[in-house]
Design a protein around this ligand. Sequence first.
Ligand SMILES: [Fe+2]
Length: 230
Amino acid sequence: MIIETFITSPFEQNTRVVACKDTSRAVCIDPGDSAEKIAAYINENNFDLQAITLTHAHLDHIGGVSGLSEFFPNAEIILHKNDEDLYYGLPEQPLFMGIPRHQLKALGLEYEVPPLLTRHWQHGEIYQVGNLNFKILHCPGHSLGHIVLAEERLRKVFSGDCLFAGSIGRTDLPGGDYEQLMNSIREQILPLGDDVTVYSGHGENTTVGREKISNPFLTGAYQMSPERNG
Ligand SMILES: [Fe+2]
């Protein structure tokens, strides 16, 4: 597996191009921005981009979908059904994050409606990229339709904004739910195994085992108060 990370958008999101080294088949996970740079990397390496694979539809993960799909019009665009409204509502997303409309242009957060999705993720499906096999796990809590992509043989999970090194995804945006996120992490991600490397949507890589013993949301050091979670 070849993994290249691009830090994109004002939110410093980790966009990744993941390729099968035997077949050069590739996907781009969460193109937040910088479509030209990502496309140049894919073309320089002669990768065959088969899909834009989205963990969820927050703007910092999908802002580059339009641009990238112009370079690769045959690539599938795949998202879980429960994040579809967020996806097609991309131009409005900065407003519900509290950013006033008149500031969007200056902040680089003016978006067009992204291209049509070609398919929805199904929980439990195995998604093949050459010789790579990603198990798709529905992990709601940060958003309604969040999924993670787990390559169990190669012991890697692309966890989007579910789990970070030392933290978890925010749950205060529409569709967010703290208890649901914790359940997703406990029931879908932790059972993958301590040795699994976690490639998060923001920040450094980590492992499931390291998070189990050091992440304050998993060790019990941090308890969400009922008031704070509504
Ligand atoms: Fe997010």
